[in-house]
Design a protein around this ligand. Sequence first.
Ligand SMILES: NC(=O)c1ccc[n+]([C@@H]2O[C@H](COP(=O)([O-])OP(=O)(O)OC[C@H]3O[C@@H](n4cnc5c(N)ncnc54)[C@H](O)[C@@H]3O)[C@@H](O)[C@H]2O)c1
Length: 257
Amino acid sequence: MERLALVTGAASGIGRAITERLVADGMRVLAADIDLAGLDAVRTAFGDSVVTSQCDVTSEESVAETCEYASSLGGLDVVVANAGRGAFSAIIDHPLSEWQAILDLCLTGVFLTVKHSAPVTHDGGSIITIASLNATQPSSGMSAYCAAKAGVVMLSKVAAMELGARGIRVNTIAPGLVETAATGAFFMVPGVVEEFVDNTTVGRFAQPSDVANMASFLAGPESTFVSGSLFPVDGGASTKRYPDLPAAFARLASPAE
Ligand SMILES: NC(=O)c1ccc[n+]([C@@H]2O[C@H](COP(=O)([O-])OP(=O)(O)OC[C@H]3O[C@@H](n4cnc5c(N)ncnc54)[C@H](O)[C@@H]3O)[C@@H](O)[C@H]2O)c1
């Protein structure tokens, strides 16, 4: 029978590329996203292999509804908890509401996705969470994002322990800079992308397909002895230091200096 994967944040960027790759791998994908128009575009692009569910991963009711739908389709074999976004502010200026919004989306959203998808995932399934290079490499101005993504890594290890008895594996991918809608602002600040690329060992930034390749491996039969692990897809950036984003944004604000 065709295997079924749930991908959150599937309407754009990395989630869309993972959807495309899992379909190419022969899976059916339940694409979930808050963006209905984006989901329609994904369904148009990938046809009958994709079913969609509008889902806000910060809402327990919404995530539970999407997972009930997954159950009605026969249950899940793969889950990719991908939805997330960043924010930029020094800690002393960080509005509490924005801190909480990032934690809600990037960390609680993954918690809710694992909580409600695991009961409708077949024994032997694979759960993949998307963290970031910033889970391990700090960036000034990104406290909420860094803290949330570090939390995703540890949450996923605990999930691997709790679900291991059912043969369900839980692993985390930590992408470096990937060219998506979310990183559009970085590409507009002079010097930032160059500094990101200098921070890699391979001399380039990533495309969403680079992350989808790793998701395909973790979803597939060649990773059945892999669980509780963190997989950087960062071009070697974890060997170096993160770009100085506050300096870059300050240069943008005062270009003459
Ligand atoms: N792009 C990068 O450089 C990069 C690097 C490291 C980690 N990541 C992580 O990868 C993931 C995907 O990022 P991306 O770059 O593809 O971003 P993106 O903005 O292209 O896509 C994010 C998707 O998540 C959806 N989304 C937002 N809030 C949601 C919610 N409450 N419920 C459901 N869906 C929601 C958006 O509608 C969008 O379709 C995120 O978790 C991000 O933190 C990205």
